[in-house]
Design a protein around this ligand. Sequence first.
Ligand SMILES: NC(=O)c1ccc[n+]([C@@H]2O[C@H](COP(=O)([O-])OP(=O)(O)OC[C@H]3O[C@@H](n4cnc5c(N)ncnc54)[C@H](O)[C@@H]3O)[C@@H](O)[C@H]2O)c1
Ligand SMILES: [Zn+2]
Length: 365
Amino acid sequence: MQLDKKKILYDMAQNNPVVVTDQLESVLAASMVNFPDDKLFLVCDQNSDLFCLPLLCDTPGIEKFKKIVVPAGEEHKLLSSVEQIWLFLSRNGADRKSLVVNLGGGMVTDLGSFAASTFKRGVQFINIPTTLLAQVDASVGGKTGFNFNGLKNEIGVINQPLQVIIDTRFLKTLDHDNFISGYAEMIKHGLIHSQDHLAELRNFDLMHPDFIELRGMIARSVMIKTYFVEQDPHERNIRKALNFGHTVGHAFESLSLKQGKPLLHGHAVAFGMITELYLSKLSCGFADGILHNLTEWLLAIYGRYQVAEEDYESFYELMGHDKKNEGKRINFTLITSVGEVEINRNCSKKEIFEALDFFREVNNI
Ligand SMILES: NC(=O)c1ccc[n+]([C@@H]2O[C@H](COP(=O)([O-])OP(=O)(O)OC[C@H]3O[C@@H](n4cnc5c(N)ncnc54)[C@H](O)[C@@H]3O)[C@@H](O)[C@H]2O)c1
Ligand SMILES: [Zn+2]
């Protein structure tokens, strides 16, 4: 990692387009100069327009951008929103020489990146992620897309942005729940790859976040995701490490939605990680003392969550339907210790129910 104090604080270097900076305006201005003045387009949602765009107001030439504001929220990550962006680009004369800047959370960056990637067979785009989840997770890997036919990210393409510019000042207006939702992915990165990263995350004051300290932590988290994505862009083997907590987490997410009390993605992943840490103990010898210690810490951040025994079958079914499983086996990514990941571990129904028992017990204390 190269460090350039003037402009880019953390440059992931090589082919990685991600930069973490405290000089967002000058980084964006430097990238804009390569595009004609009348070919600059900005995609926001209602919240990023209100809370995040003002931080760009000192960017030289920002007034040249033509802006579209799409409705905020996952329920609008739809073809109709993509169509709005395509129409906006088309009516304003966008062409292959254009630049699209997506300013917002993962919903805006996924949607805007897809619209740009498909418009006239591909227009260059820059992502400026404004939620913690988008900064540490959606910023890496080039996945773009939208929800279709009731299925998440059903349509999409993989296409790399020209640049991803991360500035933690955006996070000051993010609510606590969305903040800790993104934090869960950082914790996952620590658990699968780095004791040091996990230690710094444990020491960080989540109630009074220091946004300057957070920059370095985000850079390290992004580098961990990059490490796995670069080795296996198509998720055939080691990239599956990033699924830790997600097999059970997706089941928590779906069930909570069905029950009308939806959990944010990161909260569901945190509960998934607790359950999968227990499976890691059962199947990979993960140390019992560390399991209890991590569980206590995660519950202190994400709160307690009640699971009913009569929901176990639904959980099991939802895990079996996880699109990352082949056939009927339930495939998990587990860890033998912090930083040591084991992919393709199959757990039995009995083990999964035992892990859910553990989750239920620790939440009832
Ligand atoms: N492409 C990938 O690899 C990848 C990875 C992870 C998640 N995702 C996608 O990301 C999406 C979730 O991302 P998200 O959690 O950022 O959701 P989001 O984009 O819906 O943002 C959450 C909420 O915060 C608001 N918001 C955004 N920035 C803000 C700010 N700075 N201050 C105040 N409010 C702000 C948004 O308007 C929204 O209401 C999902 O659609 C998911 O599929 C993609
Ligand atoms: Zn996730």
